[in-house]
Design a protein around this ligand. Sequence first.
Ligand code: FMN
Length: 301
Amino acid sequence: MPETDWNSLNTRVDFLDWTSPAPLFISCMTGGAIGALSFNRELALAAAQLGLAIGTGSIRVLLHHPEYLDDFRLKQWAPAVPLLANIGAVVIRDEDSTRIIELVKQIGADALVIHLNPGQELFQADGDRDFRGVRTALAAFINTAPFPVIVKETGFGIAPDEVDFLLSAGAAYVDIAGSGGANWIRVEAYRSGNSAIAPEFDHWGYRSSELLEQLSDYPGKILASGGLRNGTDCAKALALGATLCGMATPLARAVSLGGHEAVVEHLGNTIQSLKSIMLLTGSATIQDLRRPGVLVKKNRC
Ligand SMILES: Cc1cc2nc3c(=O)[nH]c(=O)nc-3n(C[C@H](O)[C@H](O)[C@H](O)COP(=O)(O)O)c2cc1C
């Protein structure tokens, strides 16, 4: 007896200084690569159509190739949604922060997402190997940045004590980007042709669901991503306390199969499925999904 009306379901959530019509965002993907402009345009057109926040790929390339600036100016297609710039934590440690702040402003972003990706770097032929000093540099940058800073992983999750550190340092949100989806150790090992030990890391990292369960003390501060594929996955993440749910791989696939229309279709189905779960659990709002009894854990055999 859901006692809920489909037409009254409220999927809106607050994010940054803005209200998102649905608890979803397009995760950071692909910057400065060949074809990135058209890829990003398709994602941005979908973001604009659905009114969802969108992340750019890493803007690191702009430090040496300002000619790629237009690839990242996604507001040209999605002027009314939050734009999240993206850069690696090691770049924050190694580069002049005023230069990075200037780039974020130049692309018109509303916030900067800093990614942690030691697993990916380690398996990249020319990737970073030295991660000392990143914590201190991140805390200092967050403290001086004139815009909100979000910290994410890229598919292996962030340890709960490190989430605590980042939020205490002033991060606006932490996007856990846990395991269960894209595995960048596998991707980089494949790219470098050196994949002998990569399969040992197939289950590396924190699964998104286990992290969310451990992060219930940070309401309104946790974004969920990593392996979320549909509305059911998102409903579970929201029930576990996430503010917004992000997807990368399914949307990259959608762009290549059918451009922005396929992205809109995938995200539209996700919203349809999320609303179905809201109705079936008698949850009129996203907050209602978090009440006891909605998510029931079953013992796996
Ligand atoms: C094609 C592609 C490009 C990506 N590029 C970036 C990037 O530039 N910066 C970043 O922080 N994460 C990047 N990611 C990682 C995603 O943002 C996400 O954290 C990760 O893929 C896990 O989510 P998923 O399982 O939905 O793919 C990329 C992912 C994909 C699929």
